[in-house]
Each structure stands twice: as C-alpha cells, then as structure tokens.
Design a protein around this ligand. Structure first.
Ligand code: ZN
Length: 425
C-alpha cells in the first residue's frame, strides 16, 4: 500500500510503520479505522494505538467525523489533518503548465493553467513556474512558508538521483539542466521531479480510475505520447528512467521524421502535432473539410481537428480514427508484454473521447492475445487533464507527510481560511 512512486530512503523501523499507517489513511477509499490498520499490517492493536496516538499528539492525523451508520457504534475512521500546511503540484506539458495547490488532506484549493511552449527552454520554463506559484499564493492569501513540498512533472525521461532530464526529445535545451536543484534553491523547499506519464499513473492510482489496481498502464496522448507503468504495485522506471516511452515505438518504418531522430514513431504518426500536421496537409491539398475556415493553415491544431470531428467533419474523423488505430496497435504490444488489468488513456488529445478510443479498443482487441485482452479494460482518465498534476500533488504529499511525521512537537502554521474546491484527491 506504500505510495508506489515514493523513493524516499526510509529505514525499516517504527518510522516505517508510521509511514505505512499514513499511506493506509491516505489511500484507503472511505478511510480506515485502527482495527483495520492492525489487521492489514499484521500488527497488534496495542502497537497500532501507540503509533496512532503519537501521530495524533503531533497533529498529523485526527479522527474523522463519523458518517451515519445503520446499527451500532461506527468504527472511528482516521484522516490526515489538512491544517498542517500545503503542497503544490506542477505539470509541464509540451504546450502548457498546470498547477494545483492542495492542503495536506489532499483537498485542492487553487488551480491554474497557463500556455507555455516547453521548447523555450529551462530558463523561461522555471521562471514561468515560479511566477505561477507566486500568483496562486497571492490569489489565495497564502505564503510560501505554508508550503511543505512541491512535486513537478515534465514530459521527458528523468534521472531521479540527479534531478534532471536525460535527452528528452520534446524538450530540447533541458538535457542535463539541474531542474530540481534550481527550484529547491528558489523556493527553499524539497522538490520531487518525475516524468509526467509516471505522475499520470500515480494520480489515477491514488484518486482516479486506477484505485486498487496493481498492474496498470496510463497512456498520455498529447503533443507527445508516453506511458506510465505500475507493475505489481510499483512504478516501473527501467534502468535509466526511460521505461514507458511508447511514443517512440516504430509503427511505420517509412513514416515521417520523429523528434527523436527516428522515422515513423507512434508519436510522429499519431501524437497531437502529427494530427495537426495531417489536417494542415489535407487543407493544402484542398480536400473537403470544415478546417478550411481556419487561416492561416499553420494555426490548425489537434484541438481544432477534434472539435471539427465532433461536428461531423468526415476528414477530421478519419484522421482521428487512424491515430486511434495506430495508438491501439502500440497498446496491443504493451498488453501482450505486461498483461495489465487496466489501461487508462489520458492527456489533451484523449479528451476527444470515443472518436479516438473506439478504434483504439478495436485495434487492441484484434491484435493482443485472448488471454490478455479478456481481462484488460481500456478507459479514459477519470481525472481528465489533471491526472499528472494530481500525481505531482500525491508525490509532494508523501514528502510533506514524511517531514511532519518525524517532527517531535506540533508546529501549526497560521492558515488563512478560504473556501476550497473540496476535491478530495
Ligand atoms: Zn521517436
């Protein structure tokens, strides 16, 4: 039940039990009682009571107000004390930055999205992230001193120990840049840097369509295409952090040039940029489509194609259907390889819905082995465009809770009471 992405070095001790209890409280839908914690961890009730009392005395957890129950006394369910402070989750896409401010109880208080071209490089990117953090804190009347940790996702392979990205195809200029250390210096806070698709699978596992799953793939279909893999309850990163780069599987060996330098990668034939390029090409060739109304042609985006397809534009539907089939072919390979129980499709382009999803499902059905297709469900992300930023919040919460759980005395920061969006992560 441990947070599958946490890579904190925690000694096997009382602290380990403490953090496991915090994870059970965070990730059990509907909450968990002391008795149930003892049962799940194989500990005595006395042992659990000692640790729970300790966490309650330092203000890390509290008893939740009991819900109505049919008969008898309801078991008291525990919850994280939201008043201990805040965390921030930031998701960098190829064309946007999405940011969430959440309290320690994982309730979202502020949300902001800003357009940003990641190709402008790390100087501009991190300055924009800093500006958004300032903006959100000012808007909600909070200060950086109330924030305990920040989680950050970027669309490239991560060197976790170094806190950098390594040779990221859609992030030229970011290779080897000390992203984590730069931000830790700016904010004076621990920052966790992760791949955006990894955070997507973490977010959906913690609060979305993947709750309770142990073998799960999250496919982020946006400008780029990437997969986050949860295998046997653990995030799988591979040796150098580049596992899950499904966007660079070769789909058509004679296909168009990809950002990675190869030809015919999935991303180059079915990613957001490829969808837009195919539509622009069709307009230039004077094919019949509603997209001719968008001028100049270079401005046509994947979003426009999706909107036209929904309005019944045949050419747009064909482009999306072909992209869906190609993504499905790659997913069929993944399904044959890892035999997941669930595949979640997220990212901006996936918001198109069934126009993309149906051909994808059919391709998976046709091309993966019956033993694997019989069990696998393919669904859209429950958290929509928020999967990765909620994953970033989840990761930041792990660091923040680790921090407050090792404190010896209570230190409540002064919280301004403001209405929250009350989205339980
Ligand atoms: Zn490629």
């Amino acid at each position: 039940m441990n947070n599958p992405l946490s890579s904190l070095n925690i000694p096997l001790s009382k602290n380990y039990n403490k953090l496991t209890i915090l994870d059970l409280i965070r990730f059990t839908p509907g909450g968990i009682s002391r008795v149930e914690i003892a049962r799940r961890m194989g500990l005595t009730r006395a042992a659990v009571t000692t640790i729970v009392n300790d966490l309650m005395e330092t203000g890390v957890i509290r008893e939740a107000e009991s819900l109505s129950v049919r008969n008898g006394r309801p078991p008291v369910v525990l919850e994280i004390n939201p008043a201990l402070g805040y965390v921030i989750g930031i998701d960098f896409g190829a064309t946007h930055i999405h940011l969430l401010l959440a309290d320690l109880g994982a309730r979202i208080h502020e949300e902001i999205e800003s357009e940003f071209d990641i190709q402008l490089g790390p100087g501009a990117g991190l300055a924009e992230a800093e500006r958004l953090v300032q903006h959100v804190l000012e808007r909600s009347d909070h200060s950086i001193n109330q924030v305990l940790a920040i989680g950050l996702g970027v669309p490239g392979p991560i060197l976790t120990d170094a806190g950098t990205v390594i040779a990221p195809p859609i992030m030229p200029g970011w290779d080897g840049y000390p992203i984590r250390d730069t931000l830790e210096n700016i904010w004076g806070l621990p920052v966790s840097l992760n791949n955006d698709a990894e955070l997507g699978v973490l977010g959906e596992w913690a609060a979305g369509a993947g709750r309770g799953e142990r073998n799960l793939a999250y496919i982020k279909v946006g400008t780029g295409i990437g997969a986050g893999l949860l295998l046997e309850g653990q995030i799988y990163r591979g040796v150098t952090g580049s596992a899950g780069e499904i966007g660079h599987l070769t789909i058509d060996e004679n296909g168009p040039l990809c950002t990675c330098g190869n030809y015919g990668c999935l991303e180059a034939v079915a990613g957001g940029r490829a969808i837009a390029a195919q539509a622009q090409e069709a307009v230039r060739k004077k094919q019949r489509t509603q997209l001719t109304s968008i001028l100049p042609v270079e401005l046509i985006t994947a979003k426009d194609v999706a909107a036209a397809a929904r309005r019944g534009d045949l050419l747009s539907q064909q482009i999306l259907s072909r992209a869906g089939t190609q993504i499905g072919i790659a997913i069929a390979g993944l399904v044959n390889l890892i035999n997941p129980g669930l595949v979640i499709i997220g990212g901006g382009v996936a918001q198109t819905g069934d126009l993309l999803l149906e051909p994808m499902r059919q391709a998976v059905q046709r091309r993966s082995l019956p033993a694997a297709t019989r069990v696998v469900r393919i669904t859209t992300a429950m958290l929509g465009r928020r999967s990765s930023s909620i994953g970033a919040v989840t990761q930041a919460l792990t660091i923040a809770l680790n921090k407050v759980a090792s404190r010896k005395e209570v230190r409540f920061p002064q919280l301004a009471h403001n209405p929250s969006l009350e989205l339980q992560v």
